[in-house]
Ligand binder design. Sequence first.
Ligand SMILES: C[S@@+](CC[C@H](N)C(=O)[O-])C[C@H]1O[C@@H](n2cnc3c(N)ncnc32)[C@H](O)[C@@H]1O
Length: 189
Amino acid sequence: MVSSKDIWSPSGHSNFELFANKLPEQGTLLEIGSCVGKSTVAWAEAFEKQNKKWHIHTIDLFWGIDTYIPNAEWFKLYKASGTEIRSLTGEEMLNEFKENIKGRDNITWEQVEFNNEYVCPVRPTASFFDANHNYDAVTTFLDKYGELDYIFIDDDTKDFPGTQKAIDDFLLKFPREVIRGKVCSILQK
Ligand SMILES: C[S@@+](CC[C@H](N)C(=O)[O-])C[C@H]1O[C@@H](n2cnc3c(N)ncnc32)[C@H](O)[C@@H]1O
């Protein structure tokens, strides 16, 4: 099986053990924004290491990297973080994703747009959001899944003020235990 360490990512994730440690022994994780699967596989590895029985349901548009990183501002950010910028079509992206998750039966996926109409086919216990990082997208996510006991949101950093503001607004309305880092963990109510 492919290791998450060998999977390319625009976000640079590789270890979710700290987060998996906060979760119950079993459940379903809804991941929004798998790209070619680095975070998906990293979550699977983290659950495996901790002997936790988790199903991961992951979604992405799989529209291609050039469509996803649409402007010069994003390119600047990614370059500055040392991320290798790749150009992948939607088809290449999806094929690479499928190769990367091969052999992992606890991962299911959908090619679908996340928006306020999205209906997850399984009831999630927790969700990891790593799609669009603007205010509206993160707010839509929190409106839909803010009720979950375990929420993880990537890019809670000053480079993504929309993400930070959406999280701040949510926590003002619904105070929760929170650990803020690159990935923000909003935990049980
Ligand atoms: C930062 S990348 C995710 C990185 C990935 N988690 C990893 O570890 O490599 C963001 C992904 O979100 C997807 N995306 C953006 N907006 C989306 C939406 N509205 N619905 C579904 N996927 C979306 C993009 O196609 C892209 O693959």
